[in-house]
Design a protein around this ligand. Structure first.
Ligand code: SF4
Length: 783
């Protein structure tokens, strides 16, 4: 762990810098861009019944939006206000009142007609509910009845037959920790969290490459680094205040490089509302954009390294930081052998980039003294996500861009709970403070005073599939306890997921609101438990940002939901009902006691026990992990990992398909239209040249299809790499094959190959060409 401490926020100069302006026309008039003032006014209107409470949440609470991290309106990077429309959009979830009785107990078929966006607006879940087979509506149930029913089911089945899942929706470290402990106390390792479907490969790859499971650096390192690379990350859209840091970086001369199949408009120019000159004239963000093929990143990075090795042949030390590599890095020869074995033709074909372009970035990085690599789901949500991320680590290790100021590896997180969930052990491969291995188990058993099960728990996708196993199978999933989450809208193949959810005996939805998955039947009962938000929990709660800041969010005075309870308290209640004779082992007096124990069980979190007041925080691990190049690996060195170029499985005549986010926060959609490109949820982003080749014009109804599903949309010509199309997530999940998990981290594959056709062509030939013949063709071609 690093010895240097974060030095706190810096001041941003107010002196205008016209060279960074996106346009000389004020307010970007005539351009497609978000309307921050209009959006803010809409939020004020939505929260008009509870404005004082809304204001207190914003000024005192820790944001429950993305994991950029802000306490009140202040962050640790720049002085000045920190607020964005993502936070404002989720605010209503915390300020709205309970659902009306007639909605809560409405006919289930009526509720099923609503989208998650509509359901979200109905209000909070006020008290526990139950629905059994044959019931057409939810009935009220007492907490005691609900918890006893869940507990007696747990007692009746094998611990391998139930599982826990926790989403990232505002959940605190305290709740993750107690859930992780409860699962093991009850005897199961089947516990997983939302990072399984977003950043799990980042943790796995960083652990094997450099021994860490989190960002090695801070946002402050962006500001003044020579090169800031965003790899498969649209931070301007998903972590909006990051644009302020990008602006500060540009003022210091940092070059910003974007690598993405789609030339995302929000990463090009952005009107940052809290910076006067940017609000007026916008800020040009990207210095260069590399439009890589979907899945072509490994080849692109091989191209960069191949050129570095060529440069080294010409002049020793012209590309590789030999001092750093000799002292701190293993496997140089193995990596060189792998990289140089590929020829440029292979690299160009897979990456979709020319040799010249790959060499350009290689040379820029070779002559830079510092760089920060930021990535997101463009790299992780692949069946080779761990290799993608290790390949980024390879670049950083060869250039010594690690463990010092302005350098680092940063998996930027999309949800405020994601970083903490694994670190608290709500993960089948982790325990609080480390891995789920013999050593980790012994370490945590000493704190918990009970044995932790030794068998390997299942990842979320496998738990779901286990619901379809035969009744007497040891791992047949019979009870699924979910804190938030909506697998119908996050996992591939929604029809299959529905079947899995229906096949469970008891499903528990511990949540603040209804979503579409709440209404799926179960064999014995669906039980809904009302949870508190992080702002309501007595004793407050903490959450960990991407840059490892552990922020304390206090309990905030305001209206409360009738029977909602702190999530961590619900887990304790359950544990005690299942094993009353051992209840002393899982007892916590209050949230402070939970934090006291976290400090013991997760050594990195020593310090969390002192967080008690608004504004309290600490950063675990210091400013830089791997400081001075010393990695927390067994030999203290980073490992270069030779990786194969993946087979991209795109048969002739197919497109690569990926999913993207529009105006949404994770799977919560806030607007049908993306304010950056005017695309609606059913627009398929495609290259104009590809359109011409397929006789498709802008606005044409088209069908994107493969053997897994069919997506009916409209063609929208955008600057996207030829041969690739993007559809919105989760609407496009129909096209994704189920059951394909990344080998090391278990993230589902979220990409596919598909045919794109004009709708009239597709439907004219559907019966003969598609159903009878084409499906067979596709099966042979893809599998
Ligand atoms: S950028 Fe992220 S952390 Fe900051 S206010 Fe917006 S949602 Fe919250």
């Amino acid at each position: 762990m690093g010895k240097t401490k974060h030095t706190g926020p810096i001041k941003l100069s107010k002196k205008p810098k016209p060279s960074l302006w996106a346009s000389k026309v004020p307010f970007g008039l005539g351009k497609i861009k978000p309307h921050h003032i209009r959006d803010t006014m809409r939020v004020v209107w939505e929260n008009k019944d509870n404005l004082p409470y809304a204001t207190r949440i914003l000024t005192q609470g820790v944001c429950d939006g993305c994991a950029l991290g802000v306490q009140g309106l202040k962050d640790q990077t720049l002085t000045g206000p920190h607020l964005c429309t993502t936070r404002l959009n989720v605010l209503r979830l915390s300020t709205m009142g309970p659902m009306k009785e007639d909605i809560l107990h409405a006919d289930i078929d009526e509720l099923r007609k609503m989208s998650s966006t509509e359901l979200r607006k109905l209000g909070r879940i006020p008290y526990p509910l139950i629905r059994k087979p044959g019931d057409w509506k939810f009935s009220r149930i007492s907490w005691d009845e609900a918890m006893d029913k869940i507990a007696s089911k747990i007692k009746a089945i094998n611990p391998k037959q139930y599982a826990f899942y926790l989403t990232s929706r505002g959940i605190t470290n305290e709740s993750y920790y107690v859930a992780a402990k409860t699962a093991r106390f009850l005897g199961t390792n089947n516990i997983d969290n939302a990072s399984r479907i977003c950043h799990s490969p980042s943790k796995t790859a960083l652990t094997r490459s450099v021994g860490i499971g989190a960002s090695s650096c801070n946002y402050k390192d962006w500001i003044g680094t020579d090169v800031l690379v965003f790899w498969g990350s649209v931070a301007a859209n998903n972590q909006p205040v990051s644009t302020k840091y990008m602006y500060a970086a540009k003022r210091k001369g940092t070059k910003i490089i974007i690598i993405n199949p789609y030339h995302e408009p929000s990463m090009d120019n952005y009107w940052i509302p809290s910076i006067a000159e940017s609000a007026l004239f916008g800020t040009k963000i990207a210095d260069d954009v590399y439009q890589v093929n979907i899945g072509g990143d490994i080849a692109f990075m091989h191209g960069i390294m191949k050129h570095w090795f060529d440069m080294e042949e010409e002049e020793y030390g012209s590309a590789i930081d030999h001092d750093f590599v000799n002292e701190h890095v293993n496997n140089l020869d193995e990596l060189r052998e792998k990289v140089t074995a590929y020829d440029w033709e292979q690299l160009e074909k897979s990456s979709g980039l020319s040799r010249k372009r790959m060499m350009e970035l290689a040379e820029l990085l070779a002559k830079s003294k510092s760089a920060v690599f930021v990535w997101s789901m463009g790299l992780t949500q692949h069946r080779f996500g761990t290799d993608n991320v290790s390949q980024v680590a390879n670049l950083a290790l060869l250039r010594g861009f690690l463990g010092r100021e302005y350098c680092g590896l940063m998996p930027i997180r999309g949800h405020s709970g994601v970083q903490g969930s694994g670190e608290m052990g709500a993960d089948p491969f982790s325990l609080p403070g480390g891995e789920m291995d013999d050593e980790g188990r012994k370490r945590v058993e000493k704190v918990w005073n009970f044995d932790i099960p030794k068998w390997q728990g299942d990842i979320v996708g496998v738990s779901l599939e286990n619901a379809l196993l035969p009744e007497d199978h040891e791992r047949k999933l019979k009870l699924y306890y979910m804190s938030g989450g909506n697998f119908l809208e996050t996992m591939p193949d929604p029809d299959f997921v529905k079947k899995c959810l229906e096949s469970v005996d008891i499903r528990v939805h511990q949540d603040i609101i209804f979503n579409t998955s709440t209404f799926v039947d179960a064999k014995e009962a669906v039980i809904v438990l009302p949870a508190m938000t992080r702002y309501e929990q007595p004793g407050g709660g903490t959450s960990t940002s991407t840059e490892r800041m552990v922020y304390f969010s206090p309990e905030i005075k305001g209206p409360r939901i009738e029977e909602a309870r702190s999530e961590w308290e619900i887990y304790v209640d359950l544990a005690k009902r299942v094993k009353p004779e051992e209840s002393h082992l899982i007892d916590f007096k209050d949230a402070y006691a939970v934090r006291d124990e976290i400090a013991l069980a997760a050594p990195n979190y020593d310090g969390i026990q002192h967080l008690k007041e608004k504004g309290d925080l600490f950063q675990w691990g210091g400013a830089w992990l791997c400081e001075d190049g010393i990695c927390p690996t067994p030999d203290g060195k980073g490992n270069l990992i030779p990786v194969e170029i993946p087979e991209l499985r795109k048969p002739e005549g197919h497109f690569y398909v990926t999913t993207r986010r529009g105006k949404q926060f994770n799977s919560m959609i806030y607007d049908e239209t993306d304010p950056f490109n005017d695309a609606d949820r059913y627009d398929v982003l495609m290259n104009e040249e590809d359109g011409k080749k397929h006789d498709i014009e802008e606005g044409d109804a088209i069908v994107v299809y493969n053997k897994y599903g069919t997506f009916n949309g409209r063609a929208k010509f955008e600057p996207i790499k030829s041969g690739n199309v993007e559809v919105h997530w989760p609407e496009g999940n129909e096209l994704i094959e189920k059951g394909i998990y990344e080998e090391y981290a278990g993230i589902p594959e979220y990409h596919a190959a598909a045919i794109v056709e004009k709708a009239e062509t597709y439907y004219a030939h559907k019966d003969t060409k598609y159903v009878e013949k084409r499906v067979e063709e596709l099966e042979m071609e893809i599998s």
